[in-house]
Design a protein around this ligand. Structure first.
Ligand code: G3P
Ligand code: MG
Length: 241
């Protein structure tokens, strides 16, 4: 069965990368969540998409220039179109992991080290995964494929998958060449033929960001390993149990 992974939580209905969005994803029946991580000035793992706080909070500046306690003062649902009474805060990966102890969701951690080479990000993420013994519940992805190779070197038990946006030749061969067990392509970068060949070669296919019903149906019919969507509620209903 194709798994439903909630992109930045249920980002289509809730403020992205907040605990509200992750909790909603679980309530909607998603099998997992996807989230993005950066490092703060004091080396904490913050769950936020952009390298700056400008778009998603009431602050301005780079995540890397905030200490965690400064980051926690910001409202992470500030620009959200719907009304949320309480200000939600930028979560840490630790807080998300603590919440995961009460459920069985998988977690796709996207390392946002493709623009900023956060030194020690892989080591810190792996140490936390090991502390919680979540190795089997975690998928590591990144647009920085060097980082994925490094993750596998540090922790061979972890699954990794390269993110990419455009069509590539024989992605199953590429995935194997970087020691990954899956691919996370933009959904427009994988035809039916490519998906079938990749699955036939034992490589998982989890396209992003799949929000339209027509596209969801196509990927369910092809028996994709998972889809990554802003609308987990819609996807779960469409897929059936
Ligand atoms: O992991 C899939 C997707 O999150 C990759 O792109 O920009 O939404 O992090 P982005
Ligand atoms: Mg992401």
């Amino acid at each position: 069965m194709t798994l439903v992974i909630a992109h930045r939580g249920s980002a289509g209905t809730h403020p992205e990368n907040t605990m509200e969005a992750f909790i909603a994803a679980k309530e909607f029946g998603a099998d997992g969540i996807e989230l993005d991580v950066h490092l703060t000035l004091d080396g904490k793992i913050a769950v936020i998409h952009d390298s700056t706080v400008d778009r998603t909070t009431n602050g301005t500046g780079s995540v890397k220039d905030f200490t965690l306690s400064e980051l926690k003062e910001l409202k992470a649902n500030y620009h959200y179109k719907h009304f949320f009474k309480q200000a939600s805060r930028v979560p840490t990966l630790l807080e998300v992991f603590e919440w995961m102890a009460g459920n069985k969701l998988i977690c796709n951690i996207e390392l946002k080290n493709n623009e900023i080479p956060y030194e020690g990000l892989e080591e810190k993420v792996i140490a936390l995964i090991k502390k919680f013994r979540y190795e089997k519940r975690i998928l590591i992805s990144s647009f920085n494929h060097y980082s994925l190779v490094y993750v596998r070197k540090l922790c061979p038990e972890l699954e990794t998958a390269p993110l990419y946006k455009d069509i590539i030749y024989k992605p199953w061969e590429y995935a194997k060449s970087i020691n990954s067990s899956g691919i996370h392509p933009k959904f427009t970068a994988v035809s039916d033929t490519i998906i079938k060949a990749t699955l036939d070669n034992g490589i998982a296919v989890r396209p992003y960001t799949v929000n339209k019903e027509r596209e969801m149906k196509r990927l369910f019919q092809l028996n994709c390993s998972a889809i990554i969507t802003d609308y987990p509620e819609k996807a779960v209903k469409l897929r059936g149990k």
